[in-house]
Design a protein. Sequence first.
Length: 121
Amino acid sequence: NINARERRRMHDLNDALDELRAVIPYAHSPSVRKLSKIATLLLAKNYILMQAQALEEMRRLVAYLNQAAAAAALHPALGAYEQAAGYPFSAGLPPATSCPEKCAIFNSVSSSLCKQCTEKP
């Protein structure tokens, strides 16, 4: 019957949302009551976007490190300087260089994961 099918469909949907809540950080904290369906979906979407952004940042870092390793292989003297400078630390940069400028030097854009780059003045 139609009512039983609809009841089963809603039960399956609720089970799926419960499973989603179980794997999303902050969704199952003791201080947070059970999230609504829409809140669960929005939190999941935002978490996925945040993870994608972190992944892109890691790809940039790996590309930078690979580029530095290739440069060190071509110019061994430069490799010692790169190791002394380190990424993303400031040892190889002039002291007046601010964090967003350092991030721009290393990444071509300000780092989305860098606290100083994302802080409001």
